[in-house]
Write a protein that binds this ligand. Structure first.
Ligand code: ZN
Length: 181
């Protein structure tokens, strides 16, 4: 499900119409009939980490919808003014209250259906003590065989965890590009 359509012009508040703009653009856009502003809609970035401690990874039990009570890696929408890695680190601090050192990019997932691109970095935990924020019911470490695979909140998280553990076995981490259509 893509985002809900734009209803009103961000410049003047007039109801927009979806049509091909007059400049030769080949995609329908929300165009304002009053002031002619064309509103472009582009994918959003979701940024997060795979925090690891020994042979375990840190998962957070969600205290927010959607998927309340399901387990996820710390992740959220990138903010303006930060890099992808800075956003991933911020989410890890906010959701898990973890202390860690950022490592390399592990996965880049195109979630075409919802207009999102997700990025997950590996992050080496410096402590196994966590102080989760309000978005998290519980933050805890799981070895691979303990991962609650049926209770993972999002497919991007599942795909990322699978690649993390597969790479761990080979001892060499790559950057994985995954298309979820
Ligand atoms: Zn307008």
């Amino acid at each position: 499900m893509l985002r809900s359509p734009i209803k009103h012009c961000k410049q003047c508040g007039t109801a927009v119409v979806y049509r091909l703009p007059d400049d030769g653009d080949t995609k329908e856009r929300a165009v304002c009939p009053a002031c002619s502003t064309v509103h472009y809609e582009n994918p959003l970035n979701v940024v997060g980490t795979v925090p690891h401690w020994g042979d375990k990874v840190l998962l957070c039990k969600r205290n927010i919808e959607p998927r309340w009570g399901k387990w996820t890696l710390p992740a959220g929408f990138m903010e303006l003014g930060e890099t992808v890695a800075e956003g991933a680190a911020r989410e890890t601090t906010e959701e898990a209250g973890a202390t860690f050192e950022m490592e390399g990019l592990l996965s880049l997932l195109n979630v075409v259906r919802v207009g999102q691109v997700h990025f997950f970095f590996r992050a080496r935990l410096l402590s196994d003590q966590f102080d989760p924020g309000f978005e998290t019911i519980e933050a805890r470490l799981f070895a691979e065989h303990e991962i609650p695979w049926d209770e993972i909140a999002f497919r991007t998280v599942k795909e990322t965890l699978e690649r993390y553990f597969a790479d761990r076995k080979t001892g060499s981490f790559g950057i994985h590009q995954v298309d979820i259509v």
